[in-house]
Design a binder for this molecule. Structure first.
Ligand code: DQA
Length: 144
């Protein structure tokens, strides 16, 4: 089983940016926690981060080798119809994650245009949200 983990704009700044909201861990640290857990579960993970909407869409158009996608779209979740359109036709499960609870923050964050085309959404829980999504993904993708 092979899972692609995508992070959108500004998530390369984790650990430096709004640490009271997003936590101290860098994206590299989060990814190595994920890789470790994935190894224990016998699954492969690949990571992709971009600050550019089009690059994320290009990546999503080439997911044939993967069994599932975990995506933190960052702020793109709130307005990117092109990202939504790239997720919609995918035949593998997609889980949207957010480190922060987007429903407890500014109004504009409480709406996700990408969530309706994902299998489900996890929001809050800090960096561990990625681990929870991985656990769910392995169960989901394994039972297809
Ligand atoms: C985020 C929430 C978004 O509103 C924000 O723009 C981000 C991070 C999160 O992980 O909590 O960049 O996706």
């Amino acid at each position: 089983m092979k899972i692609l983990v995508i992070n959108g704009p500004n998530l390369n700044f984790l650990g430096k940016r709004n640490v009271s909201i997003y936590g101290q861990k860098t994206l590299e640290e989060i990814n190595s926690e994920l890789r470790e857990r994935a190894e224990e579960m016998g699954v492969e993970v690949e990571f992709f981060q971009s600050n550019h909407e089009g690059e994320i869409i290009d990546r999503l158009q080439k997911v044939d080798e993967f069994d599932g996608v975990i995506i933190n779209p960052g702020a793109l979740a709130h307005y990117s119809y092109s990202l939504r359109d790239a997720i919609e036709p995918l035949k593998i499960p997609v889980i949207e994650v957010h480190l922060s609870n987007i429903f407890s923050r500014e109004d504009f964050r409480s709406h996700s245009v990408t969530a309706p085309v994902c299998q489900g959404v996890l929001s809050g829980f800090g960096w561990k949200v990625y681990l929870f999504a991985l656990e769910i993904m392995v169960k989901l993708a394994g039972s297809r």
